[in-house]
Design a protein around this ligand. Structure first.
Ligand code: AMP
Length: 283
């Protein structure tokens, strides 16, 4: 375990470091993050260390994936804390560009996310996945990793990025990591920092409701009835607006009948006060 971790802040410096590693025959893994790191992120970093000779962690709060009414300006940031955690996790390099370095004057090309982006989060955050796809395409071109590691916490994001890598023949492998949770079931998230003490107590009801729904669906329950029950549970627990609770094909994210026999996933997004929580579980 080292005390400090190396940081690159320009594409030029990043490329120099990566070229040196390549020259020595190292493989490279990448963990893209927006910082405010928690144990879920660190689990991805540990996997990145196992999977490649050198592990790069990017920290970049990407403005293009936030809509004008979203939480970009108040998104939690703690670079000193993040660097300490990444040194302790033995990350080999932190790639932390400024917004100007990522999107210099005149930047105007973007990736349009594919069909996996079309509803669920895509319905409530219309430009979100184009922003995610574009910044990840840039990160992949900048770092040139053999492997990139993402959390299943953002299940639709993982599906959108798998589709992008496949459709655009990007030469890397994506790995999904199961969601890390608090002891009461709440999925770890940088946005949990927004929750009031009272809302933090209510928040695990999201995981409880979707887990019960997944269990019911596995036992053959009618999907629309199960979804209504889950929504009722969220409302009585104290959640405000429920953006969606859905049961989908785990690969295509298309709606499926319970009789399909294909792997399914329960996905949900709901508001607690001013905080929007998302979560998902396998059926
Ligand atoms: P973020 O910083 O929220 O953009 O997340 C960076 C990466 O960490 C994404 O691939 C997320 O899916 C992943 N991640 C976030 N929370 C968790 C968690 N609780 N467990 C596992 N991975 C996570």
């Amino acid at each position: 375990m080292s005390e400090t971790v190396k940081i690159a802040r320009t594409v030029h410096d990043l490329r120099k470091i990566v070229a040196k590693w390549r020259g020595r025959g190292h493989s490279i893994s990448l963990v893209p993050t927006m910082g405010a790191l928690h144990a879920g992120h660190i689990a991805l970093v540990k996997l990145a260390k196992k999977k490649a000779g050198r592990a790069v962690v990017s920290i970049f709060v990407n403005p293009t994936q936030f809509a004008a009414n979203e939480d970009l300006s108040r998104y939690p940031r703690d670079e000193p804390g993040d660097l300490k955690k990444l040194a302790a996790a033995d990350a080999d390099l932190v790639w932390a560009p400024t917004v100007e370095e990522m999107y210099p004057e005149g930047f105007s090309t973007s990736v349009r996310a594919g069909s996996a982006a079309k509803d669920l989060e895509g319905s409530f955050r219309p430009q979100h996945f184009d922003g995610v796809a574009t910044v990840c395409a840039k990160l992949f071109n900048q770092v040139t990793p053999d492997i990139a590691i993402f959390g299943e916490k953002d299940f639709q994001q993982l599906a959108v990025l798998r589709q992008m890598v496949r459709d655009l023949d990007m030469p890397l492998k994506l790995i999904g990591m199961p969601t890390k949770r608090d002891t009461d079931g709440l999925a770890l998230s940088s946005r949990n920092a927004y929750l009031s003490v009272a809302d933090r107590k209510i928040a695990p009801a999201l995981y409880a409701a979707i887990s019960a729904l997944a269990q019911d669906v596995a036992n053959g329950a009618d999907i629309p009835t199960g979804i209504s029950t889950a929504k009722r549970k969220l409302t009585s627990a104290g959640f405000g607006k429920i953006d969606y609770v859905e049961v989908r094909d785990a690969e295509t994210l298309e709606p499926v009948p319970n009789s399909s026999g294909r792997p399914m996933r329960v996905l949900a997004a709901a508001w607690l006060g001013k905080t929007r929580l998302i979560d998902n579980v396998a059926v």
